[in-house]
Design a protein around this ligand. Structure first.
Ligand SMILES: [Zn+2]
Length: 74
């Protein structure tokens, strides 16, 4: 199974969050949903998980260091 990335550096956040989660897709979606709820005030809902799943990038897109954030969609 391909590994994928959910990268908080990609989006603007109040906390300027620098967390990057990489792993199998289902694990990344679950961890990202829990993180979004715990740290970003989102509700861990099926809709959130679907939104997160749509934002995943391939593991190969990972680059260390800073990333210029864009507004969180929706
Ligand atoms: Zn975050």
């Amino acid at each position: 199974m391909d590994r994928v990335m959910a990268d908080c550096r990609r989006f603007e956040s109040d906390s300027n969050c620098q967390l990057t989660i990489i792993g199998p897709e289902d694990d990344v979606v679950a961890a990202a949903a829990q993180h979004a709820a715990a740290s970003h005030g989102h509700e861990d809902t099926r809709e959130l998980r679907e939104q997160l799943r749509a934002m995943l990038e391939p593991e190969s897109a990972y680059a260390p260091g800073e990333r210029t954030p864009v507004p969180f969609p929706g």
